[in-house]
Design a protein around this ligand. Sequence first.
Ligand code: DHE
Length: 553
Amino acid sequence: LLLGTWGLVIGCRQPESASDGQGVPAEEISLTEEEFARAKQLFFNYCAGCHGTTRRGATGPHLLPEAPEGSTYPGTRQLGTAAIKAFITNGTPGGMPDWGRQGILSEEEIDLLARFLQLPPPPIPPMNLEDMRASWKVHVPVEQRPTRPQHNRNWRNFVGVVLRDAGKVAIIDGDTKELVSIINTGFAVHILRSSASGRYFYSVGRDGKVTLIDLWMDPPQMVAEIKSAYDARSVDVSKYKGPKGDFIDRYAILGGYNPPHFVILDGLTLEPLKIIRTSGYDVNEGAFYDEARVASIVASHHDPLWVVNVKETGQIWLVDYSGVAQGKVSIDVLKAEQFLHDGGWDHTKRYFLVAANNKNKVVVVDVQEKEVEAIVETGRRPHPGRGANFYNPTYGHLWATGHLGDNTIALIATDPGPNQWKVVKKLELPGVGGGTLFIKTHPKSRHLWVDRTLNNDPELQRTIYVFDTETLELVKELKIPESIPNARAVHLEFNQNGDEVWVSAWGRKDDPSTNAILIYDDRTLELKQVIQGDWLITPTGKFNVYNTANDIY
Ligand code: DHE
């Protein structure tokens, strides 16, 4: 193996005897410095989330030149350029997106990536408080912010929409469906979370940038920003109110993929207060993971605690923020299961359920008792988003998850009794393969809504499924209207009243006509409104203020 310096050419050649596994001598790989930099950025934008920055694998398999010991997946050198290109172009039934077929990556980009992946991964640079402070900006100081809403709109029913590839967030009035404001949040903004009061939205981007948006301003605008990681996916806030309401809107927390750390921020200014690295030993093999990425973070409503899910190590950290003002952060580390990803509360908000997606399991944490309550086998690669909570006359309270790797929705019973934490029923989606990213319901709804964004079949990617939560029957299959071509249905969100469901039609970044927000009547299951516009580019996640602040799903 020859690895060039960071000079002109970075190259790699297998030993003479090496082959692609089919008797063909392995090709020589070389990238110019410029190509390497581009490939690194493409990898970061499209691949690192699932395969890891150091490419050791997580939701997706490892992408290392040589397979690590015990891995069932071959090394990328063994696969060779042609096979890697085929994977990137066509995706897989296991949930790998078809980046080429969708036209998101060009043939030339796919070729570049396929060659880059056969070289050793570049190292992760460190980031400290000083680096973060250099990027920290308070655009509107707290004392200059309004003391009451400056508009007459029902801001609790605002919906923040992630405009993924535009690097923006749109704020839409959920009552009138009017666009209220567009905020430049930065590259590949990923999710929004609402402060405990609901007044502020926090966004986090894949570039690790957190922004703070004040919904009381007219129009709502960004009042502070900071870059607290190179690569991140999660942000949350202090939701425990405390006896005197001390913690409302007091802190925020950012979860870093790269560097692997979490950062506690002042909730009103985003000043960075504390960084804690999450590197550590995994719960099964005891292998050390420097890249131990923070996946989902959820805030308890009952205690001053954040549940921080560390992907590679499979540890769940319960972070007590009550002493931050005195410089103290105490952490309980629970051993759970590797490859933790996303999850949400059960209906009591005592138990947090999180997918260990590459292990086909959901871990249940009793946050009150600070222990792992159960580990439940669900299906192939559970991906719940936040999951969905509903009451069923036969099974009692249920929490549900869909799967990336199969066509089922697993219903887990949450009420005390012999069935608690068991999959009591699986609902089936018609057609082949999984690809479900998100499911959603609302306490006032009788429906469970399911997307299938990552299915391999373009028709199923456009389909939304609705189940009756009492009969558990599939009652409707809805499709994105044909007038909106090349779009996939992704992410479902209810309005504050729980009688409308908003679905994103996620289209091409260069063609607004392929993008839309579809609003369905939850009672009649009819499409009641379509929002489109030149500004509506690649809408993905949607976050209703009231539902997000109160964890209603
Ligand atoms: Fe997400 C939530 C990570 C790709 C839309 N996504 C999450 C969470 C994590 C995560 C860890 C949980 C955050 C929390 O609750 O604190 N997402 C990742 C990835 O690593 C991954 C797989 C690949 C990547 O490169 O980023 C990835 N996610 C996507 C997308 O491609 C989606 C569909 C579109 C987009 O805008 O990027 C997407 N992810 C979302 C959404 C949520 C989310 C909408 C929040 C769901 C909710 O209802 O709360």
